[in-house]
Design a protein around this ligand. Structure first.
Ligand SMILES: [Fe+2]
Ligand SMILES: [Fe+2]
Length: 265
């Protein structure tokens, strides 16, 4: 019988997005049909692998060299949607990485991240299918890789990963998506609005999962989440958060009133 964490790593290495999507869905189904085991204690390493497996395109460029995405041109809107597709691609990879890399977490941790992987795969397919319908393929625009860079930077500690990837990087999506959705609403692109609504709804759940496991790890070590977050953000050079913040979504995603009041400070 294959093992969940080992298989998550195998899927992370796959370069072809289509194959990766299919394998994530299969992994989710086989775990829930109890056709795959879970070994939480196995310490795996990625020696000899280039992570994540990704196609040759998109070309990766530094964030500041990505041309500004104008919402008032078709090209700008396509480029914006392409950048979201790339974020979703990295989001599936980061969920797989959270599964294989960190041993000795409770079983529910792996089940939670498996659900995230499946939802990110769905988001990626929603956006790329939409792009395909207008003649754009994933890889047609350059992309920047800040999300994956934060994943790499936090490879040594699950508490840093939970603090800085779901509850920092993914939480920024909660702030950013509503404004993008509203712009597509203005131009009456209902299909894109619908896709962004699905993403926003699911992303609240991903940030919630990050919050739950971050708080679990803090409680286990009797640490103050607020104090530890500040220390980790500094140590791992997390981006400084800038408003406007989607306080309602962030509250739903498990941030406390005190954490919300400290945003942007
Ligand atoms: Fe997503
Ligand atoms: Fe997500």
């Amino acid at each position: 019988m294959s093992e969940l964490r080992q298989t998550a790593q195998e899927i992370l290495v796959i370069t072809d997005p289509e194959t990766k999507l299919i394998r994530i869905k299969q992994l989710f189904d086989s775990y829930h049909q109890q056709n795959i085991s879970l070994d939480v204690s196995n310490v795996l390493n990625a020696d000899g692998f280039t992570l994540p497996g990704r196609p040759q395109k998109p070309e990766l460029v530094p964030p500041l060299t990505v041309p500004k995405r104008r919402m008032d041109t078709i090209e700008g809107r396509l480029s914006l949607l392409h950048s979201l597709a790339h974020i979703e691609f990295n989001a599936m990879n980061l969920a797989l990485d959270a599964i294989w890399r960190f041993a000795d977490m409770p079983a529910q941790y792996y089940v939670d991240w498996l659900k995230v992987a499946k939802e990110e795969a769905y988001h990626f397919s929603l956006i790329t299918e939409h792009l395909q319908s207008v003649g754009v393929a994933y890889g047609d625009f350059p992309a920047h890789n800040s999300l994956w860079e934060m994943v790499e930077r936090t490879s040594d500690a699950v508490i840093a990963r939970m603090a800085l990837v779901p509850r920092t990087m993914e939480a920024r999506g909660l702030d950013a998506v509503p404004a993008i959705r509203d712009r597509f609403q203005q131009i009456k692109d209902h299909q894109v609005v619908e896709i962004l609504e699905i993403i926003l709804r699911d992303e609240v759940g991903h940030v919630l999962i990050g919050n739950q496991w971050f708080n679990f790890l803090c409680a286990k070590e009797s640490l103050s989440p607020i104090k530890v977050y500040k220390e980790l953000a500094r140590a791992y050079r997390a981006p400084v958060l800038r408003g406007p913040f989607n306080l309602e979504a962030r509250k739903e995603a498990g941030f406390t009133a005190e954490e919300l009041s400290l945003l942007g400070t």
